[in-house]
Ligand binder design. Structure first.
Ligand SMILES: Nc1ncnc2c1ncn2[C@@H]1O[C@H](COP(=O)(O)OP(=O)(O)OP(=O)(O)O)[C@@H](O)[C@H]1O
Ligand SMILES: [Mg+2]
Length: 294
């Protein structure tokens, strides 16, 4: 059994969200008393490298490597100033995919932290490709850090039915406890059924029974989850309607929204459910996606 402490991994690059992700990851490493591993990836399939004449490649890669090294040194100093007790390691990787390289580096990580956006892509996108790929493929929690205009407090968690939500809830309780803040658990249900052909059918008398069931489900999940963290103040919200809407609305007053990678529904084989995907794109705050098996 390997008794090395598990690390918090952060994807480092020179963009505003990536610096915010570094701050988040450093505070998290301090709170969890874990070492922090900073990873910068030289993306060799980036346009500039692909287009460069063959003979210029070695020089170009060396210049990039040196720039990456300086970036990591700057990031390491920043962490040391704010969190002097956190052990920091860093690595530069040369790879054709940033997300794949981060995944490879984070095989044994406690969690992986990246910014919602990086330095590339179209300005109007709300999520870059790295966060999307990691949330889809990582087998450990992925935190996508989004900078917020206002200071908000509290952790929100989306609770689905059954066993699938246990790891999500455990992570959410842990985060609320680490931050000394409250947890709002949201379970959404709705009595609309899609009929073959796409017509909607609202069950006439199903509502009251389903609402009661939803409340029971949420209470049972919170009872179970709360056993380990009895000091975390918890409130439960049962929402009649869409889960993605309820969670993104709640994200406006929260510092973190936690969702599972899969819910109960959807197609088997999907790695990231539609609620989690929407929340990842649309939440007003930082989002954690916790891998669960549907
Ligand atoms: N080269 C890199 N090395 C390490 N981490 C990176 C690198 N590029 C991005 N990241 C991490 O991923 C986060 C999101 O960046 P991402 O590249 O997904 O968005 P983008 O640049 O806006 O769009 P695109 O997907 O088009 O590149 C960054 O904030 C950073 O944490
Ligand atoms: Mg990018």
């Amino acid at each position: 059994m390997d008794n090395q402490p598990r690390v918090v991994v952060a994807g480092v690059e020179d963009s505003r969200d990536a610096w915010a992700a570094l701050d988040w990851a450093a505070a998290e490493a301090a709170g969890r008393q874990r070492p922090l591993r900073l990873v910068h990836v030289l993306n060799v399939s980036a346009h500039r490298v692909r287009e460069a004449p063959q003979e210029e490649l070695p020089g170009l890669q060396e210049a990039w490597r040196q720039r990456g090294q300086r970036l990591l040194e700057q990031a390491t100093r920043k962490v040391a100033e704010r969190h002097p007790t956190v052990p920091v390691m860093s690595a530069i990787m040369i790879a054709p995919s940033v997300a794949a390289a981060l995944l490879a580096e984070a095989g044994d990580a406690e969690l992986i932290v990246v910014g919602a956006r990086g330095s590339g892509g179209f300005p109007e996108l709300l999520l870059g490709s790295v966060g999307g790929h990691l949330a889809t493929h990582a087998n450990r929690p992925v935190v996508v850090v989004r900078r917020q205009g206002t200071v908000s407090r509290g952790v929100v968690v989306g609770v689905d039915a059954g066993r699938t939500c246990a790891s999500t809830l455990a992570f959410a309780f842990e985060e609320a406890a680490l931050r000394g803040t409250g947890l709002t658990a949201i379970h959404a249900w709705d009595d609309i059924r899609l009929m073959p052909g796409g017509a909607e059918l609202s069950l006439p008398h199903g509502g009251a029974g389903q609402a009661r069931q939803a409340r029971q489900l949420l209470a049972a999940a919170l009872d179970e989850g709360g056993k380990t963290f009895p000091d975390v103040p918890v409130s439960g919200i049962v929402h009649r309607g869409g889960a993605a809407y309820a969670l993104t609305s709640a994200s406006k007053g929260a510092e973190l929204v936690v969702v599972g990678s899969r819910g109960r529904g959807g197609f088997t084989g999907l790695l990231l459910g539609s609620v989690s995907r929407t929340v990842l794109h649309q939440a007003a705050c930082t989002v954690a996606v916790v891998r669960n098996s549907a």
